[in-house]
Design a protein around this ligand. Structure first.
Ligand SMILES: C[S@@+](CC[C@H](N)C(=O)[O-])C[C@H]1O[C@@H](n2cnc3c(N)ncnc32)[C@H](O)[C@@H]1O
Length: 254
């Protein structure tokens, strides 16, 4: 079965997804990058502006894709230890950003451990700006995801989005419990969409925003990505989340 082609609607990002994305080593899918590019374009159209950020930028694959959705004057903050699998990751990140035309002036690269970071430290790196989109893909432990979610929530634009990687990944089966605890503590937040996996190294992402902002994104995602919409959605106890998957189908039941 061949995949239905997906487009972000951003010509520069679509060109990168067609040629270059896979060559930047990383773990996020082209499918997810296209959907996130579309969301960034929609945020710009809605007048939602602010920083773009990533915890766990690694060699830049998803960061570069997100930066192709930035509006003029917006900055990206890339956070990572940049020491895995070796110290050369930092230079590789910079080289990949340069190769794909992300100007150094548009980004802040922060070699740091989020475990040691305060909200105030983060605000200073963001120059006091709020963040309209943040991808969390750092350490996949309960302690680190809890901390990363708290940092992200503290600096989030009122209509901004937190995107969590590797949700429902068979290698990290308990991470969803961390998300459920976060949702209990932050009842205004909703997992409004789930971007399904391409495969085991390009696993599902959850998209989270405040309840009041869900309507800005939900219907648009279902319409814009209709060929990828799994119409049964996801039961998130107090609401239904949109599910987008590369090959939607329903089980044959009779
Ligand atoms: C799976 S990789 C990220 C892949 C990348 N986001 C992508 O989509 O291609 C996870 C990254 O998180 C970083 N990381 C792990 N724990 C961290 C922490 N406590 N603070 C900052 N970065 C961390 C690692 O150094 C690693 O580069």
């Amino acid at each position: 079965m061949t995949d239905t082609p997906i487009s972000s609607g951003l010509p520069r990002l679509d060109a990168f997804l067609a040629d270059g994305y896979e060559a930047v080593k990383g773990m996020s899918s082209r499918f997810a990058a296209a959907i996130v590019g579309h969301i960034l374009k929609r945020q710009t159209a809605l007048g939602i502006s602010g920083g773009i950020a990533e915890i766990g930028a690694f060699k830049g694959r998803f960061f570069i894709a997100m930066m192709m959705g930035a509006a003029p004057g917006e900055k990206g903050l890339a956070i990572d230890l940049f020491n895995w699998p070796s110290e050369s990751t930092y230079d590789e990140f910079l080289a990949n950003c340069a190769l794909h035309g992300i100007p150094e002036a548009d980004m802040v690269v922060w070699k740091a451990d989020t475990r040691d970071m305060s909200v105030q430290d983060l605000r200073e790196k963001l120059d006091g700006r709020v963040v309209r989109f943040i991808h969390i893909d750092g350490d996949h432990s309960d302690v680190c995801l809890t901390k990363d979610l708290a940092l992200a929530t503290a600096v989030l634009h009122e209509n901004g989005i937190i995107c969590l990687d590797d949700m429902l990944h068979p290698g990290y089966p308990t991470l969803v419990a961390t998300v459920m605890r976060y949702l209990e503590k932050n009842p205004e937040m909703r997992v409004f969409a789930i971007i399904d996996r391409e495969d085991i190294v390009a696993a599902p992402k959850f998209l989270i925003c405040r309840e009041a902002a869900v309507s800005l994104y939900e219907e648009d995602l279902m319409q814009s990505f209709a060929p990828f919409h799994y119409v049964l959605g996801a039961d998130f106890i107090n609401h239904w989340s949109v599910v987008l998957t590369p090959r939607p189908r329903l089980a044959v039941v009779d």
